[in-house]
Design a binder for this molecule. Structure first.
Ligand code: RB5
Length: 142
């Protein structure tokens, strides 16, 4: 499973911390930027990350902005993308189990770094439960 990482300037520092942690854990990643704290527009980086997933290059994505809100709105414009803006370990886990979220959105300005890293680990390890949830997410792609 290859994971695409993207951020705007508000999420840049946390994205770098997440990248380091994932690389240390031996995860395969693609970083589509941004690559500094200079101001950029989050839809551009959400689109780059989503494109890598729709091409099949990456299977999961983690997008970071100030609140996670802009990134989730931008990513969810695309068919078959289920981007979940999560705030704690429970919502991160449930976004996988119930929603089969393929993108985790995080808000660097509203999350504690250790909590964000724990959310990433939980989210990557949690599995979709299927069953009654499958028919629900199928309706999102109609
Ligand atoms: C950028 O200042 C900020 O608006 C952005 O990172 C994000 O929070 C938008 O949802």
């Amino acid at each position: 499973m290859k994971i695409v990482l993207g951020s705007d300037h508000g999420g840049f520092a946390l994205k770098e911390i997440i990248k380091k942690s994932l690389l240390q854990a031996g995860r395969e990643i693609l970083d589509v930027g941004c690559h500094s704290g200079d101001a950029v527009d989050y839809p551009d980086f959400a689109d780059k990350a989503v494109s890598s997933m729709l091409r099949g290059d990456c299977q999961r994505g983690i997008l970071v902005c100030g609140t996670g809100i802009g990134m989730s709105i931008a990513a969810n414009r695309h068919r078959n993308i289920r981007a979940a803006n999560c705030f704690d370990i429970q919502t991160a886990k449930l976004s996988r189990e119930h929603n089969n979220a393929n993108i985790l959105c995080l808000g660097a300005r509203v999350l504690d770094t250790d909590n964000a890293l724990r959310m990433v680990t939980t989210w990557l390890e949690a599995e979709f439960s299927g069953g009654r949830h499958q028919q629900r997410i199928a309706k999102l792609s109609e």
